[in-house]
Design a protein around this ligand. Structure first.
Ligand SMILES: C[S@@+](CC[C@H](N)C(=O)[O-])C[C@H]1O[C@@H](n2cnc3c(N)ncnc32)[C@H](O)[C@@H]1O
Length: 363
C-alpha cells in the first residue's frame, strides 16, 4: 500500500508527541495516519513525500502547515480547538478537533503542500535557562566584583532568540533570576535547588550578540515569526508564551544571525580585553558534519589558547551526550583552557534543569 510507510511514521511521531506532552498533536496524527490509508485529504497533501525517511519528519511538517493555517486566520473552526490561539482542547475528547483539521487540509491543499517541502525549524527559548546558568558560573570563577560585559556568539542560532537570554527571567520555587519586567518568563526553571552560584548572582550584561545558522530565520519578518510559531505544538501554552515574549523582544533588540555554518563563523571570532567572550550552542551538534565539527573544535581550542584573565573565553554547550545506555541533555562549560565541567542536566527544551549528584557518571 503506497501510504503504509507514511502512516507508520505518523503513528511513531504521535507516540513521540504523546510522550513529550502534546496530546492534541498525538490525537491529530493518529487520525491523520488513518486518513492516509483511507486516501483522504491528508493522503493528497502528503503525496510525493510518502516514502520520505523518518528524519524528514513529514508528520511534523503537516502539523506545522495546519498550525500555520490556524495562526493565519484561515481555519477558524479548527482554531476553536487550538489553545495557541485561545481555543480549547480537552484531552478527554481527543478526536473533537479532527473533523475541522481534515476539512482545513482539504480546503487549503496548495498551502499545506507548500509547507510540506520545508523542514521544521524551531528555536527553543527555554534553553536560555542553561546559558544564564553557565554565564553566572563563569563570572563567579573569574571572581570579578562586577560581572564582565559579555560578547555572546551562538552556533546554530536558528532565529537567534537565545542571543537575547540576558533579557529573559527564570523562576522556580523561591527563586528568580533576570529582569523582573521581562516578557519571557522561564517558569519551573529548576527541579530542586538551583546551583548555589546562581542564587543572588548579578545580572548579565550582553553588550554584543551575534550568531550563525546555515538557514537563519528572521524573527522580525512575518514569514519567520509564523514559521517559529507554527512548528510549536498548539497545546503547549508555556512554549507558545515564551516564544511570543521572545518575538516581542526581538522586535526591539537586534541579534544578527549570519547565514553560515559554525566553523566558518568561528574563524571570525576573537577574544577582546575587558569582556567575556562566550561561544554557546544548544542541540545543534548532531546536525554539523563530522569534518566541520573537527574545525569547530580547532577554533574553540584557538580561542581558549588565546584567552587570558583580562580577555577571558567561555565555551558553553547544551547538547545530548551518551551516558551508559541512554542520552542525557547536559550543560557543560569550559573557561579558557581549563577543564570542561558538567554544570547541570535538563529536559530537552531546557526546563526544568537540575544539578547532578557528586557521584553521577555524567560528571
Ligand atoms: C534543533 S535546531 C536548534 C536551534 C537552537 N540552537 C535552539 O536550541 O533552539 C538546530 C539548528 O542547527 C542549525 N545547523 C545545522 N547545521 C549547522 C551548521 N553546520 N552550523 C551551524 N548551525 C547548523 C540548523 O539550521 C538549526 O537551526
Amino acid at each position: 500500500m503506497p501510504f503504509d510507510h507514511a502512516a507508520a511514521m505518523f503513528h511513531h511521531q504521535a507516540d513521540g508527541c504523546a510522550a513529550l506532552g502534546s496530546p492534541l498533536s498525538a490525537a491529530l496524527l493518529r487520525r491523520a495516519a488513518e486518513d492516509l490509508l483511507a486516501g483522504g485529504p491528508c493522503a493528497e497533501a502528503v503525496a510525493g513525500h510518502e516514502d520520505a525517511p523518518g528524519p524528514d519528519a513529514i508528520a511534523l511538517r503537516l502539523l506545522g502547515a495546519v498550525h500555520a493555517l490556524v495562526l493565519s486566520g484561515l481555519a477558524p473552526e479548527l482554531a476553536a480547538h487550538y489553545p495557541s490561539v485561545g481555543g480549547r482542547f480537552d484531552p478527554a475528547e481527543p478526536d473533537a478537533p479532527w473533523p475541522a483539521f481534515r476539512a482545513a487540509v482539504a480546503a487549503h491543499l496548495p498551502f499545506v503542500r507548500g509547507w510540506l517541502t520545508r523542514p521544521p525549524q524551531t528555536n527553543e527559548v527555554g534553553r536560555a535557562n542553561l546559558l544564564f546558568t553557565a554565564l553566572a558560573w563563569a563570572q563567579r570563577e573569574l571572581s570579578a566584583g562586577t560581572p564582565l560585559p559579555v560578547r555572546l556568539r551562538e552556533l546554530g542560532s536558528s532565529a537567534g532568540l537565545n542571543l537575547l537570554a540576558d533579557r529573559f527571567r527564570c523562576t522556580s520555587d523561591g527563586f528568580s533570576y533576570g529582569p523582573a519586567d521581562s516578557p519571557v518568563v522561564l517558569a519551573d526553571a529548576w527541579r530542586g535547588e538551583p546551583p548555589a552560584w546562581l542564587r543572588g548572582a548579578p545580572l548579565q550584561r550582553v553588550t554584543d550578540r551575534r550568531g550563525c545558522d546555515p538557514t537563519p530565520i528572521d524573527p522580525r519578518s512575518a514569514d519567520g515569526s509564523l514559521a517559529l510559531r507554527a512548528y510549536l505544538w498548539a497545546d503547549q501554552l508555556p512554549r507558545v508564551q515564551r516564544l511570543n515574549g521572545a518575538l516581542a523582544l526581538a522586535a526591539e533588540t537586534p541579534a544578527p544571525v549570519e547565514a553560515t555554518g559554525a566553523a566558518a563563523f568561528l574563524r571570525g571570532v576573537e577574544t577582546a580585553g575587558g569582556t567575556l567572550t562566550v561561544v554557546w550552542h544548544s542541540i545543534m551538534r548532531q546536525y554539523v558534519p563530522a569534518d566541520e565539527w573537527r574545525s569547530v573544535e580547532a577554533e574553540l581550542t584557538r580561542l581558549a589558547t588565546a584567552s587570558s584573565p583580562s580577555a577571558p573565553f567561555l565555551h558553553v554547550a547544551f547538547e545530548p551526550r551518551r551516558v551508559g545506555t541512554g542520552h542525557r541533555f547536559l550543560l557543560t562549560a569550559r573557561l579558557g583552557a581549563g577543564p570542561r565541567t558538567t554544570l547541570a542536566e535538563a529536559m530537552p527544551h531546557g526546563l526544568p534543569a537540575w544539578t547532578l549528584a557528586p557521584d553521577d557518571p555524567a560528571r
